[in-house]
Ligand binder design. Structure first.
Ligand code: GLU
Length: 444
């Protein structure tokens, strides 16, 4: 069987780390198996879906390197859903119900007060043709429910192992609203059948849906695909992330300067037994992905891990990869410069500050002028790779200063900052003349 998966976002909001993790795991699984990845825009809800969100989804996935092999919009496939609905109606599995939301609510309250589970009582199945006609004459339009068999639906879940849902404990799901809108449940199954989806990979919040949807696959005479339901993400504090996801959008993370490979390495590896290290590429991540490595407990999403992976991605980035971006930021000072500073970057754009140290002007910080004058007098004639250690040794001998008392005043005088890249490597890039001027306290 060839592997084919789908990511099916609704274009009703921005992609966030939660749904991108679903997209990513689908992609990693498919690519690891030599399979294909379908992007399916779940836009049956025409009122809430927007072209801007749809474009945003494509932009975010492309930026992360999650390319798709096929792409569909559910809004262009209503005829297929109508056809499936007609088949289910004909076989008696899809039935009209006329209750209003208020009526259903009242019934649920009565059930709860009697200690009964608030499951739809299927009163609509008892309606006679005359009663239905009377409702229609009143102007009521039916919504359509799928008649569950009410049984134990079982499957071998790639992420959870043996899984079971008892559809007897569920209300018959509404597939079509009274205004004719197809809710997510049926179009999803119809598409999964038409597109020959081999595996449905999604969050464990969909486990109950899967029970109902497997019954729909069966009712439509289709082969049941494989399933994987991933544990959800929790925050670093262990609390559910769902409410905070809005503030963790991929476009915001892009604006904050995160590297796509840091995001994909993070989301692809949290909650698995693989070490949280940055991958060489998203393809490499796919080659090492396996559901057997995924734990059963929630995956902990900690921004501190992402920050660490982001720095790691920059530390190993080669000059050729960095160069176009350095040019865009007007900070391309050559390969030697990049090799020195990359280890000090948290975000790529930090390189601008580093370039300023080399190019100037920076305002030197000099607290002890006598010490700096003594150092200036000892500055070697040639500032090469060994000049820094020769110089600082000479300054140490002359002044008796050592450790932080030796190095910090020199760093502050030459860079204006208390922290930064390795001075031994920076000094030749700054150059003797500029060093001399900064040691005199000039902005240079
Ligand atoms: N549009 C659905 C969602 O975003 C898709 C769920 C699924 O993967 O079946 O929740």
């Amino acid at each position: 069987m060839s592997v084919k998966v789908r990511f099916a976002p609704s274009p009703t909001g921005k992609l966030h780390v939660g749904n991108v993790r679903t997209a990513l795991v689908n992609w990693l699984f498919a690519k690891g198996q030599g399979g294909s990845f379908v992007l399916r825009i779940d836009d049956t809800d025409l009122a809430r879906s927007t072209p801007e969100f749809e474009q945003g989804i494509e932009d975010d996935l492309s930026w992360l390197g999650l390319t798709w092999d096929e792409r569909y919009n559910q809004s262009k496939r209503f005829d297929r859903y109508e056809e499936a609905a007609a088949r289910l109606k004909a076989s008696g599995r899809l039935y009209p119900a006329y209750e209003t939301a208020d009526e259903l609510d009242r019934r649920r309250k009565v059930q709860l007060s009697r200690g009964l589970p608030p499951i739809y009582d299927r009163a609509a199945l008892e309606l006679t043709e005359d009663q239905k006609a009377a409702y229609e004459a009143e102007g009521r339009r039916p919504h359509w429910r799928f008649k569950l068999e009410g049984k134990r639906v079982a499957w071998e879940d790639l992420a959870r192992g043996h899984a079971e849902v008892d559809t007897a404990s569920m209300s018959d799901p509404v597939l079509i609203r009274e205004d004719g809108l197809f809710l997510y449940t049926l179009p999803s199954v119809v598409d999964d059948i038409d597109m020959a989806i081999s595996h449905i990979i999604r969050g464990e919040d969909h486990v109950t849906n899967t029970g109902a949807q497997i019954e729909i696959f069966e009712a439509l005479g289709a082969t049941i695909p494989g399933f994987a339901h991933m544990p959800l993400l929790v925050g670093a504090d262990g609390a559910a992330l769902s409410k905070r996801l809005g503030s963790l959008s991929i476009s915001d993370m892009r604006d904050q300067g995160y590297e796509p490979i840091a995001i994909t390495s993070h989301l692809g590896r949290i909650g698995t037994s693989d070490p949280l290290e940055v991958a060489e590429s998203v393809q490499a991540l796919g080659a090492s992905f396996a559901f057997t490595k995924m734990g059963r407990s929630p995956a902990r999403y900690d921004t501190a891990d992402l920050d660490r992976l982001n720095a790691q991605a920059l530390h190993v980035m080669d000059y050729l990869t960095a160069q176009p971006r350095l040019q865009t930021l007007d900070a391309d000072l050559g390969e030697a410069f990049w090799s020195v500073v990359r280890g000090n970057l948290s975000r790529f754009a930090d390189v601008v500050e580093m370039a300023k140290i080399v190019r100037g002007p920076i305002q030197p910080v000099i607290e002890d002028a006598a010490f700096i004058d003594a150092a200036a007098a000892l500055l070697p004639e040639v500032i090469d790779d060994t000049a820094w250690s020769a110089w600082t040794n000479a300054v140490k001998t002359e002044t008796g200063a050592k450790g932080k008392a030796l190095f910090m005043p020199l760093r502050l005088a030459l860079t204006g900052q208390a922290h930064g890249p390795d001075m031994a490597a920076m000094a030749p890039l700054i150059g003797r003349e500029t060093i001399q001027r900064r040691l005199k306290g000039e902005a240079a």
